[in-house]
Design a protein around this ligand. Structure first.
Ligand code: CAA
Length: 698
């Protein structure tokens, strides 16, 4: 027996206990242990086998780390078949999360009991694959096609009470999995319950699979695994069980070979690695209970909402009692949304708005705060005034955070007598919804202040990324470059509408011009004005057509018009007819003869500019690892998860080809397309971005 599965005989019952922390993933040793355990139980003359997991959970799935490596026998489908075919009565007792291969093992056992807090699911499509160990054939036989399609195409976790209703579980009972499992197995033996292999059950009733396939495909925005899984469930209805399993295997192997699978698994591990920083090992965060928020606009109210929902007390500081009341109104509105979605109860709503939130107009109210975040107007002088006042009133050791999206955090820190306590915490609007938090570390920021930034991110359930100080940090700096690339393509002949369409087909939730309309065109306008005032490099191409839109009062969705016209509502955008004439006039003024762009060239240029800037960001140490850039774009900028992030995309696309394109475009515009030294280095050394991620982890 391997150590991953413990074996014990309790009367007639052989007990197989999974002991493969942290999540009892079904790695090779576990699979070997399960097969050996069954053989031993049969040799020992047991009448039944009980399978359960020690520690946090029943099996949480296949071992994702083995994907892409040469397969080792016995493979999971064979193990599941072996369990199902066992001549003894086989029972699963579940707790924690029985996911993916874990639920497939359970569906191969003859009876299933679970503790009430258990969640089950087949989340494989979220990793770019489909359940490959019989899940698409067994689940519909047990729960029906409709429920199986829902669970398999969304990957959602199902609570034990619902799983019981669906027939996935036979019983739900309080206790430890071992206790409830043993009692249930004894009960089954005493009542003479027969073996009940799901594979021998009748094929389920079919539905209109073509229609479901089309709907799921459309919803996936280019992601193929959910739609492919529909075809596997279809096989459960149309083919005998064994042939259905073979079809599932075939489709599983097809998906296993895709870049989407690589991208999604990269995202899975990177979102866990992103907050694990070697520099924070052993560093304790400071206490974090009471926070202050300065400025109750959309951003400040969003931050306050997120903090309240995470159980922190919040003091909201505004300039006047009226402004403070308005801020409270915004926070209440956000919390109403949480109440409507069932995230909080009416009583909690009351506590959060009336007790956990305090309004103030005097800085003295912040003297007890553990951490203060300012979300005031984005202007250096305004920020400096705020920080001088914070320096005067905050208690020693309080963390002083700025939510600036572009400004120099070192300069802000320098105005205080305690720069080691100053940090950037860059939230994304709406802050109680968006998952990304950039933790901006300035030159003098103390390690335990960085740790506190990450602790706050974790408490607010954000994906926190460490960023260094530069104009725009990681995300907005890269955004500014790929937006510029899009603007250049417009000058040269593409339209905003073709660019949006091409990038939405690539998988972005929204194209860059639709995003600009949503964020407000005045934001980009202010940045352009600031950069021009600072002095543009004479080699940089510039354009003013977007300024003209703003000068005419068109700021995007909030004014009803921007690149698009929203007369029929925010969801039904149509091109604003004023835009193309402005662009054409600009081209004429600059003496440009427009040319055609293919959608493919648009995507290639846009992505190459993003990758090139990202490589500069990593090369300069603004992001510590390529995966930090990938997670920033995924969680803050609508980058398609199934592509893993821009640098994972670049690895999959091939760095030498990208660099060659960048060099050829540099012949037209050497300033914009200057290759990143890191990209050149990686190509010269025949390495890629993932090699850097691996080096950082070792
Ligand atoms: N394989 C390998 N490692 C895994 C894993 C898996 N299936 N699931 C989790 N881990 C690792 C995590 O990477 C993490 O490792 P580090 O501590 O080194 O970062 C550790 O286990 C703990 O995971 P979390 O931090 O995510 O812990 P959590 O308590 O927040 O969540 C969980 C636990 C709900 C199980 C979550 O980890 C999860 O959703 N895991 C993935 C489950 C899944 O997708 N299973 C299906 C696998 S595919 C499959 O089974 C294919 C098939 O059909 C054959």
């Amino acid at each position: 027996m391997t150590e991953a599965i413990g074996y014990e005989l309790d009367g007639d019952i052989a007990i197989l206990k999974a002991q493969n922390p942290p999540v009892n993933a079904l790695g090779h040793a576990v699979r070997v242990g399960l097969v050996e355990g069954l053989e031993r139980a049969e040799r020992d003359g047991a009448k039944a086998v009980l399978i359960y997991g020690e520690g946090a959970t029943y099996f949480a799935g296949a071992d994702i780390r083995e994907f892409g490596k040469p397969p080792l026998e016995p493979m999971l489908p064979g193990v599941c078949d072996r369990i199902e075919a066992c001549p003894l009565l086989v029972v699963s007792a579940m707790h924690g999360t029985a996911l993916g291969g874990g639920l497939e093992v359970a569906l191969s056992t003859h009876y299933r009991i679970a503790v009430p807090a258990t969640r089950v699911g087949l989340p494989e499509v979220l990793l770019g694959i489909l359940p490959g160990a019989g899940g698409t054939q067994r689940l519909p036989r047990v729960a029906g096609v409709e429920a199986a399609l829902d669970m398999i195409t969304t990957g959602r976790h199902v609570r034990a009470d619902e799983a019981l209703e669906l027939g996935i579980l036979d019983k739900v009972e309080e206790g430890t999995p071992r206790e409830i499992g043993l009692a249930y197995t004894r009960e089954l033996l005493a009542s003479g319950a027969p073996r009940r292999p799901v594979g021998e059950m009748a094929a389920p009733e079919p539905v209109d699979f073509d229609a479901v396939y089309e709907t799921v495909l459309k919803k996936g925005r280019g992601q193929i695994s959910p739609a492919t899984a529909v075809r596997a469930v279809q096989a459960a209805c149309e083919l005998p069980f064994r042939e259905g399993l073979a079809r599932e295997r075939e489709l599983f192997m097809e998906l296993m070979d895709t870049d989407q699978r690589e991208g999604l698994i990269h995202a899975f591990f990177s979102e866990r690695a992103v907050s694990k920083l070697p520099e924070l090992k052993g560093v304790e965060p400071r206490d974090l209970n009471a926070i202050g928020v300065i400025g109750g606009g959309t951003m400040g109210a969003g931050i306050a909402t997120a903090a309240l929902l995470a159980g922190l007390t919040v003091t909201m500081l505004e300039m006047s009692p009226e402004a403070a009341e308005a801020a409270k109104g915004r926070i209440s509105g956000n919390l109403q949304g949480a109440l409507k979605r069932g995230k909080i109860s009416a009583a909690q709503f009351e506590t959060l708005t009336e007790q956990a939130l305090t309004l103030a107009t005097d800085y003295d109210a912040l003297s007890d705060a553990d951490l203060v975040i300012e979300a005031v107007f984005e202007e250096m002088d305004v920020k400096k005034k705020v920080f001088s006042q914070l320096d005067a009133v905050c208690k020693p050791g309080a963390v002083l955070a700025t939510n600036t999206s572009y400004l120099d955090v070192n300069e802000i820190a320098a105005i205080t007598s305690r720069p080691e306590d100053v940090i950037g915490l860059h939230f994304f609007s709406p802050a109680h919804v968006m998952k990304l938090l950039e933790v901006v570390v300035a030159d003098k920021t103390a390690p335990d202040v960085v740790a506190t930034g990450f602790a706050l991110g974790k408490r607010l359930r954000k994906i926190s990324v460490r960023a260094g100080v530069c104009d725009g940090f990681i995300g907005n700096r890269i955004l500014s470059t790929y937006r510029t690339c899009a603007d250049h393509m417009i000058l040269d002949g593409a339209s905003p509408y073709q660019i949006d369409k091409a990038l939405e087909a690539f998988g972005f939730a929204m194209g860059p011009f639709a995003v600009a309309d949503l964020a407000g065109l005045d934001i980009g306008w202010a940045v352009r004005k600031r950069k021009r005032a600072e002095g543009l490099d004479p080699r940089a191409r510039d354009s003013s057509y977007a300024d003209k839109l703003c000068e005419d009062g068109h700021f995007g969705q909030k004014t009803g018009k921007g690149y698009y016209d929203y007369a029929a509502g925010p969801k039904s955008r149509v091109p604003n007819p004023d835009v193309m004439p402005l662009i054409e006039a600009e081209r004429a003024a600059q003496g440009i003869t427009p040319r055609d762009f293919s959608d493919e060239e648009i995507v290639r240029r846009y992505m190459a500019s993003m990758v090139n800037e990202a490589a500069k960001v990593v090369g300069e140490g603004i992001a510590r690892r390529p995966l930090d850039v990938d997670m920033t774009l995924l969680f803050g900028y609508g980058f398609p998860r199934y592509r893993g992030g821009p640098l994972k995309w670049a690895d999959l696309e091939g760095l030498p080809g990208l660099l060659a394109d960048i060099r050829s475009w540099a012949e037209e515009d050497a300033y914009f397309w200057e290759p990143a030294p890191l990209l050149e280095k990686l190509v010269a050394e025949d390495r890629n971005f993932d090699d850097l991620n691996k080096e950082a982890a070792s």
